[in-house]
Write a protein that binds this ligand. Structure first.
Ligand code: HEC
Ligand code: HEC
Length: 379
């Protein structure tokens, strides 16, 4: 090897080494650096479909990434998103209560006023078609927008500079949404939506019994098969008929226990179609035939999500069962499934029946979900 070739080779190695060093690190790159956009793609994340749940369908406008979920988790718990920096989503949606607002019939919003309705729990949202008690939106990012505006009086001009001052936020926004690496309201909404989509609860005793890993006690078994999942009336063996609403229509193959439908379950008397205290679904569709109807709520984790109903009027599950047994109120939109509404309810449930129904409902508590560190406050 001649001296000249040697120098050439050495220079080549030096140039290659330099190039290697210049290779941009996506973690430390600032907004202005000029490497390919494809570097900012984030790490794809997935949601596992639980046993006897419908397929997981991620909405087309959302790309689920680990960075997006982590960002959403930080934002969900960050009070900077409220007008006076005192309130986050996690103020009302508390993990140990399956993200309901433990024990409160209504919650206090950032204006110091009470919310119109009870704070619902948050989980398995990916299988809901419509959100809120009246189903007024069918998109999770839009739902987040609604919550930011109505509960937290979100002020983008104030909050966004504060987020931009945190390098971890800057990095995660870039990783989750690519170029340009700016922070916008829409990205905030989509990130929180991503985090909430990963909140899946399917590890209750009920799920384990369905998977053949555990057995019901005799009480729980009666509560489920003979009461909750059996139609009312003598011809049907005196069931309690809860499954027509608190389950998919094909109950046995879909155990989400939601039907994505709206019903009037007879909470309030109304003399006419226009006489309801809360029109619910009717105000969304503009159809008076929907007045007094509400989306069937979650029954999973019900033990920890009280008080119950859209206004939190019942504090115990025993009160709920008594209501279905003897306190149904008549109104023009009563659901036809409530066959005994004219006599105030099922009427024939014994004390044992009621206790069995409650025992079954308590098998729906998923302590794995309630304690999952993935969903806890990261701050
Ligand atoms: C002041 C308490 C409060 C705060 C803060 C709050 N929420 Fe809510 N949330 C509610 C109430 C009350 C409802 C039910 C409203 C209705 O249906 O009319 C609700 C409903 C929801 C729903 C619909 C659940 C379902 O079953 O359809 C989601 C999702 C949700 N909130 C997420 C959030 C997010 C995300 C934030 C933060 C940006 C947030 N909430 C902040 C009280 C709150
Ligand atoms: C016709 C449909 C229908 C039937 C049948 C039905 N429910 Fe409901 N249930 C609903 C709706 C709708 C709500 C919410 C009503 C509201 O707050 O306006 C509800 C609310 C509940 C709640 C409170 C949930 C919460 O988070 O506040 C419980 C518990 C409950 N039902 C249990 C039962 C049991 C037990 C049975 C059987 C005895 C039953 N339901 C039968 C539709 C039904």
């Amino acid at each position: 090897m001649s001296k000249r070739t040697g120098i050439w080779l050495l220079s080549l190695v030096a140039v290659l080494l330099l190039l290697q060093q210049c290779k941009p690190d996506p973690h430390i790159c600032e907004v202005d650096c000029d490497e390919a956009d494809s570097l900012y793609t984030g790490t794809p994340d997935t949601i596992t479909r639980p046993f006897k749940f419908p397929p997981v369908v991620i909405p087309p406008d959302i790309t689920l990434t680990k960075e997006g979920v982590q960002l959403g988790r930080m934002l969900f718990y960050d009070p900077v998103l409220s007008s006076d920096s005192t309130m986050s989503c996690g103020t009302c949606h508390i993990q140990q209560f399956a993200f309901a607002d433990g024990g409160k019939a209504k919650s206090e919003n950032v204006f110091g006023a009470l919310t119109k309705r009870n704070t619902p729990p948050l989980f398995n949202l990916i299988w809901f078609k419509d959100f809120f008690w009246d189903g007024r939106t069918n998109s999770l990012p839009l739902q987040v927008q609604d919550a930011l505006i109505h509960e937290q009086n979100f002020n983008a001009a104030q909050a966004i500079p504060k987020l931009a001052a945190n390098p971890e936020y800057v990095r995660l926004f870039k990783k989750a949404f690519g170029r340009p690496g700016d922070i916008t309201e829409v990205k905030i909404e989509k990130a929180i939506a991503q985090f909430m989509m990963t909140m899946v609860s399917a590890e209750s005793k009920f799920d384990k019994v369905m998977r053949g890993q555990l057995s019901f006690t005799p009480e729980e078994e009666r509560g489920f098969y003979n009461l909750f999942f059996k139609d009312t009336g003598e011809a049907n063996g005196f069931g309690a008929d809860c499954f027509h609403c608190h389950a998919a229509s094909n109950g046995a193959s879909n155990i989400t226990l939601i039907d994505n439908n709206f019903h009037n379950n007879g909470l309030d008397f109304a003399a006419s179609f226009t006489d309801f205290a809360d029109n619910g679904r009717g105000d969304v569709t503009g159809n008076f035939l929907d007045n007094g109807k509400f989306r069937t709520p979650h029954i999973r984790n019900i033990e920890v999500t009280g008080p119950y109903m859209r206004d939190g009027r019942f504090t115990t599950l025993e009160q709920v069962v008594n209501f279905y047994n003897d306190s149904l109120k008549l109104s023009p939109t009563n659901d036809p499934q409530l066959k005994f509404a004219h006599q105030g309810g099922i009427r024939y449930l014994s004390e044992q029946d009621k206790a069995d129904l409650v025992a079954f409902m308590k098998t729906l508590t998923d302590t794995t979900f309630l304690n999952n560190p993935k969903f806890s406050n990261p701050w």
